[in-house]
Every structure is written in structure tokens, then in C-alpha cells.
Design a protein around this ligand. Structure first.
Ligand code: ATP
Ligand code: MG
Length: 171
């Protein structure tokens, strides 16, 4: 039994993440999705709650033919013990998939095997790029996420939320 951990904030989940997950599914028996910054929501960087992000990801995971777990991981203000924090919350895993330099560094220091999946069209498949497009009213972002993500964002009023949290009192 080989389990892989894939960590992200998924703000929002997009087709770049989906491509990575499909590749991971070919390499491991089970996938543990670590939902980072789980405590955060209603900010420019982290507009969606952990629950909303789980609803976004769930339909895609059901489409994979491996067992998947989604584990919310809240931030701790101590990188030196963060890997232990993750281990305490997740089923045992043998390999971590990430391109985030800090995540790679911390797991490598802890002696965990780390794989760096290739980036799929990173210039558009990027949470930051998608949040920027939503804010500027550029509807092209809708083609960068699975349909289930679009419907969750519509259901929760996500576009309005993102615009509102970007405003100041006098704007
Ligand atoms: P943000 O811009 O908000 O950081 P993101 O697109 O990087 O969003 P994360 O949730 O931070 O999304 O990413 C989770 C993991 O997915 C990271 O390891 C990240 O490098 C990887 N990833 C993000 N976009 C892509 C992509 N287009 N192709 C492959 N991997 C990606
Ligand atoms: Mg990122």
C-alpha cells in the first residue's frame, strides 16, 4: 500500500490541480489531499472556507479510481514542527507531491520522499491568476476550473464575496 500526500490551499481548485491529481492516481494506491490554511476564509488570498473547498474538490476525487481522503490542515505558526502537525492529522503516507518551495523544504528535511509534479500551463492554471480574473471581471477564469467549482462559487456568492473583501470602508 503506497499513499501519496498532495497539499494545497485550493483557493480555488483548478484544472492544474486536477491534472496533478490524475497523475498521482496512476502512481499510488491512495491519495491524501491536505487542505492547507483550513482556518482561513474571506480574505483576498483565501476567499473560500475549508468546507466550500471540500465541496469544490469532492466531485473530481470521486472521478478518480483510487481512494481519496481530504484532511483540513490549519496553519501553525511554527514551520519547524509543521511536518509533525501534518502527520498527526493524516493517514500514513510515503510520498509527498508539491511544488511549493517551503513544503518541499520542510518534508525533505524530515526525510520524506518529495515529488515535484510538472506544472501545467501555470500562467493560467494558478489560484492567484484566477482570483485576479474574478476581481477584474474577466470571465475567462470560468474555463480554468472544473464545472463543480463553478457551481459551488455561484451557490455561495463567491464572486461578490471576493469583490467585497477586496474593498475598503470608503471604496
Ligand atoms: P495560489 O496562486 O493561490 O498559491 P496555486 O495555483 O499555487 O494557488 P495551491 O493550492 O497553492 O494553488 O497549489 C497546490 C499545489 O498545486 C502546489 O504544489 C502547486 O505548486 C501545485 N500547482 C498549482 N498550480 C499548478 C499547475 N498549473 N500545474 C501543476 N501544479 C500546480
Ligand atoms: Mg500556490
Amino acid at each position: 500500500m503506497r499513499r501519496g500526500l498532495y497539499i494545497g490551499r485550493f483557493q480555488p481548485y483548478h484544472l492544474g490541480h486536477e491534472a496533478v491529481l490524475q497523475k498521482i492516481a496512476d502512481e499510488v494506491d491512495e491519495i491524501v489531499v491536505g487542505l492547507g490554511s483550513a482556518q482561513a476564509s474571506h480574505t483576498l488570498e483565501n476567499p473560500f472556507t475549508a468546507g466550500e473547498r471540500i465541496s469544490m474538490i469532492w466531485p473530481s476525487l470521486r472521478g478518480l479510481d483510487v481512494t481519496c481522503y481530504v484532511i483540513p490542515l490549519w496553519d501553525i505558526a511554527r514551520n519547524a514542527v509543521w511536518v509533525s502537525h501534518v502527520r498527526a492529522m493524516t493517514p500514513n503516507f510515503e510520498v509527498v507531491y508539491s511544488n511549493n518551495p517551503l513544503v518541499v523544504q520542510l518534508f525533505a528535511e524530515a526525510g520524506v520522499e518529495v515529488m515535484r509534479p510538472p506544472l501545467y500551463r501555470r500562467e493560467v492554471y494558478s489560484g492567484t491568476a484566477i482570483r485576479r480574473m474574478i476581481l477584474s471581471g474577466d470571465e475567462a477564469w470560468m474555463r480554468l476550473v472544473p464545472f463543480s467549482v463553478l457551481s459551488v462559487i455561484e451557490e455561495i456568492g463567491g464572486i461578490e464575496r471576493l469583490k467585497n473583501v477586496s474593498r475598503s470602508d470608503d471604496s
